[in-house]
Design a protein around this ligand. Structure first.
Ligand SMILES: O=C(O)CCC(=O)C(=O)O
Ligand SMILES: [Fe+2]
Length: 220
């Protein structure tokens, strides 16, 4: 039996950890709603498919991405940006579904950031071997709002760094249903994801899915 097969019958025991100042790790916070969240993701994917984007250096990312919300994060050879339209379809990014928005808001509040109103949700899909190198989230222009980062499906090793790129990040195992919230003094921490190990998850199959909710400055 896969260890992940047990997930649905295990008692839900959410716990809150504070791995660093301004960082909250909400264990199993959205496990009960995972199927509803995943349905919303599948609906986004039907309109704006996952795609592997190219970074300015010319390298193709191993993570496949799409977006939901008013603004979607994209990259191509010319740089990183937020757009209101999906460059692949020419249509606006799909509207953020109510269960996604309410999860982001409640997780932020639980993490100490009341009244978070995200207008962007980047959906990252990791297959075996996919990774995200150490980076800061700094394309949003207004850093008073936190980041809410939701994990579904296969587990991952999250690399939790500090405000300095050269400091060795802590390795934190993140599981299906866990939510990480960071902001305030931690808003610009370096972070990343180690290569995903092969596995099978009853909800997402061969993938890990991450939802990264942000509030992007509307003008400027
Ligand atoms: O997949 C994750 O857990 C992190 C994603 C992330 O850091 C990002 O999309 O900026
Ligand atoms: Fe990030």
């Amino acid at each position: 039996m896969h260890s992940s097969d047990k997930l649905w019958s295990e008692p839900i025991d959410p716990t809150k950890e504070h791995p660093a100042e301004g960082v909250a790790l909400l264990r199993a916070f959205c496990r009960e709603q995972a199927a509803t969240l995943y349905e919303a993701i599948r609906n986004v994917e039907a309109h704006s498919p996952f795609r592997q984007m190219v970074v300015p250096g010319g390298h193709t990312m191993s993570v496949a991405m799409t977006n939901t919300g008013t603004f979607g994060w994209t990259t191509d050879r010319t740089g990183y940006r937020y757009t209101t339209d999906d460059p692949e379809t020419g249509s606006p990014w799909p509207i953020m579904a109510a269960p996604l928005l309410s999860l982001a808001r409640s997780a932020a509040a639980e993490g100490g950031f009341a009244d978070f109103l995200p207008n962007s949700c980047l959906i990252n899909r990791y297959s075996v071997g996919a990774r995200l190198s150490l980076h800061q989230d700094k394309n949003e222009q207004d850093y008073t709002h936190p980041i809410v980062s939701v994990s579904l499906g296969l587990p991952a090793t999250f690399l939790l760094g500090t405000l300095r790129r050269t400091e060795t990040p802590r390795r934190i195992r993140i599981e299906h249903g866990d939510v990480l919230v960071w902001g305030g003094p931690a808003r610009l921490i370096f972070h990343g994801v180690a290569p995903i190990a092969a596995g099978h998850h009853p909800l997402t199959g061969a993938f890990r899915i991450n939802l990264t909710f942000r509030r992007v400055a509307v003008s400027g």
